[in-house]
Design a protein around this ligand. Structure first.
Ligand code: PLP
Length: 309
């Protein structure tokens, strides 16, 4: 796994200031650490002939601000401010391609769950070099996944539109279970038994030249998912959003994950069932190729997805 600690960056952005890495600390009794109420985002910057481009920053920061609203927090920054701060931070760290991790959190020390009436919400942005999330080989040849024993929570008490740190415990445990059993990643079902998503990725299947992805409801409405839906339409490939069963996974011609971290990664095996011929399929490959061209600002129609400064 090409996962790093982020220690390769020299600076973070905290509450409006570029801060040395070692100074970017929070109190051990911080409310967000104890009760999981931090809110985060994840986006990537790509190096290209046109410069360093953030991929769909407005969509990512708008979702960040929505997650903040879900928690009842308030921060004094707009999507535009956070985009500008990310560019400055990337420049300061002398990065070219990297991952960008905004986070909002309460650093007030805890005396129980109750938040102060107007909690001070801190905002930070970290950047780190992040290669292929599931390794180069997984990215090229496909990954091996298992259906998790963990499921997405019932909609009455889950908040799938928001990236709230506490909600990620299920994903962390699902990923741990999968890794300990020798798989690269987990697929979580929804409470009704339909396929939802990976621990931090959306999922797509291809059957008879048609793409299907689970409808919104129990999944994070991924920005990469949205990009792939638009790319498929552009390529003239039929695509629909509907319930997918575990059975459909096993008999799919192709299956792939999408997400900021995982980008577009083929799945070659699910629960010990080989998918298709065990190699990335032609539709996955087409989507993946066009997706990466989009990240480079090379496709006129989707050029506005990339923000160069
Ligand atoms: C649970 C979950 N699903 C899907 C995704 C993919 O979303 P995006 O493409 O916006 O990164 C992510 C990553 O943010 C995630 O955490």
């Amino acid at each position: 796994m090409a996962e790093t600690t982020g220690a390769d960056s020299q600076y973070l952005w905290m509450d409006g200031e570029i801060t040395p890495y070692a100074n970017a600390t929070v109190h051990v009794l911080s409310h967000s650490l104890h009760y999981g109420g931090a809110v985060f985002e994840g986006l990537r910057a790509y190096s290209s002939k046109l410069g360093i481009g953030l991929f769909r920053p407005k969509d990512h920061f708008d979702r960040f601000l929505d997650s903040i609203r879900v928690m009842g927090y308030c921060i004094p920054y707009s999507s535009k401010d956070l985009t500008k701060a990310s560019h400055e931070l990337i420049l300061q760290n002398e990065f070219k391609s990297c991952y960008v991790r905004p986070i909002a959190y309460i650093n007030d020390t805890v005396r129980g769950l109750k938040l102060p009436e107007t909690p001070k919400v801190h905002t930070a942005i970290a950047v780190w070099a992040w290669g292929k999330y599931m390794g180069n080989e997984g990215h090229l040849k496909g990954v091996k996944v298992k259906t998790s024993t963990f499921r997405r929570a019932d909609i009455s008490s889950s908040l799938p539109l928001a990236k709230i740190s506490g909600a990620y415990v299920t994903s962390v445990l699902a990923r741990r279970e999968a890794t300990l059993e020798g798989f690269d990643e987990a697929i979580l079902l929804d409470p009704h038994g339909f396929v939802a998503e990976g621990s931090g990725e959306n999922i797509f299947i291809v059957k008879n030249n048609e793409i299907i992805t689970p409808s919104l409801g129990y999944i994070l409405p991924g920005i990469t998912r949205d990009s792939v839906i638009k790319i498929a339409k552009e390529l003239g490939i039929s695509i629909k959003e509907e319930n997918i069963t575990r059975n459909q996974l096993y008999v799919a011609d192709e299956v792939f994950f999408t997400g900021t971290a995982v980008e577009v990664t083929p799945i070659r095996e699910i629960d010990h069932h080989q998918i298709g011929n065990g190699l990335p399929g032609p539709i996955t490959q087409k989507i993946k190729d066009l997706f990466f061209k989009c990240t480079q600002g090379e496709i006129e129609k989707f050029k506005n997805w990339v923000d160069f400064s």
